[in-house]
Design a protein. Structure first.
Length: 295
């Protein structure tokens, strides 16, 4: 059985804005997820689904989104959500949750990935920043869970999720990021310049999240954070987000209704995953979706 969230974990999560559970999933579970990703690559190579590649010949995928959609769906993903993730997610957001995003961050082939430091929904420097951060805390949760060794690509500033941004944080975050998509020339000079900048003026309090297969980091995506893989090391990190069910589907997660309602798709899901998707469908807006900043 997967690791359960303890009251101490919960306290840490609320206070620090993140919690890392080590060895949370069995080797068999991790293998089933890796097999699932490999199956998606097989399907893509057979022309049965679309995905991006960092290097197709070497089977190095680019970031994969929408892994619960019919073309990429693998029973292993849903079994993981049903059996292992659900109790953890429910503990962290205090009750049932709904689907938002479900995918995998990927790196490899020496392709640099250097995100700028950011808060996902924050308004750094705004007069109502603190109020805004408190308004969102506990409504949603995000995770990174490694499937391959030596995952050290997520950087965070612990305990930055509920306080005003400092002038230094705002200055550091203003630096340009750089993410490769697997196409186009590698801007080596640009990468070197960004790395040099980063070493000269690091983010105060920045921490590298180190994980091995079976580990998971849950975090409030309003923590200052970034993905940082300048050398383009191999990375397969499951990356998903969930919301409390009463929050209507927003613009960044919109557009999944029709595909989720593909005949037979919901019927093949185990009950908990199906309920996560159903709760997403239940709060799907008929008109224009609101943005994260509007809810
Ligand atoms: O690469 C990561 O781990 C962070 C990803 C992230 O912050 C994002 O997609 O917004």
């Amino acid at each position: 059985m997967a690791t359960r969230i303890t009251p101490k974990d919960l306290e840490h999560y609320h206070h620090e804005g993140y919690i890392i559970l080590r060895g949370a999933f069995s080797p068999a579970r991790v293998k089933s997820l890796v097999d699932g990703v490999n199956r998606i690559m097989d399907l893509a190579l057979e022309g049965k689904c679309q995905m991006g590649w960092l290097d197709k010949e070497r089977r190095l995928p680019a970031r994969i989104g929408n892994m619960l959609h019919p073309d990429k769906y693998q029973p292993a993903f849903a079994q993981w959500l049903d059996e292992d993730l659900n109790p953890q997610i429910e503990a962290l957001i205090g009750g049932p949750a709904r689907h938002s995003l479900f995918g995998m961050l990927a790196g490899g082939a020496g392709d640099p990935y250097l995100q700028a430091w950011h808060r996902d929904i924050g308004k750094p420097g705004a007069p109502d920043e603190v109020e805004f951060l408190h308004h969102h805390h506990g409504r949603f949760v995000q995770f990174n869970a490694s499937l391959v060794e030596d995952d050290h690509y997520l950087n965070i500033v612990p305990a930055s999720h509920l306080r005003a941004s400092t002038a230094q944080e705002i200055a550091v975050s203003g630096r340009k990021g750089f993410t490769r998509t697997g196409t186009g020339p590698i801007a080596a000079d640009e990468v070197r310049a960004i790395e040099a900048w980063d070493k000269e003026q690091p983010m105060p309090g920045g921490m590298v999240v180190r994980m091995e297969p079976g580990d998971i980091a849950y975090y409030n995506a309003n923590l200052w954070h970034r993905g940082w893989n300048p050398a383009g090391g191999k990375r397969w990190t499951m990356h998903s987000a969930f919301w409390k069910p009463q929050y209507p589907v927003m613009s960044h997660e919109h557009g999944q209704r029709e595909v989720m309602l593909t005949p037979g798709h919901l019927d093949r899901m185990p009950p908990v995953t199906r309920a996560y998707i159903q709760r997403y469908l239940d709060v799907y807006p008929e008109g224009k979706p609101k943005s994260l900043l509007e809810i």
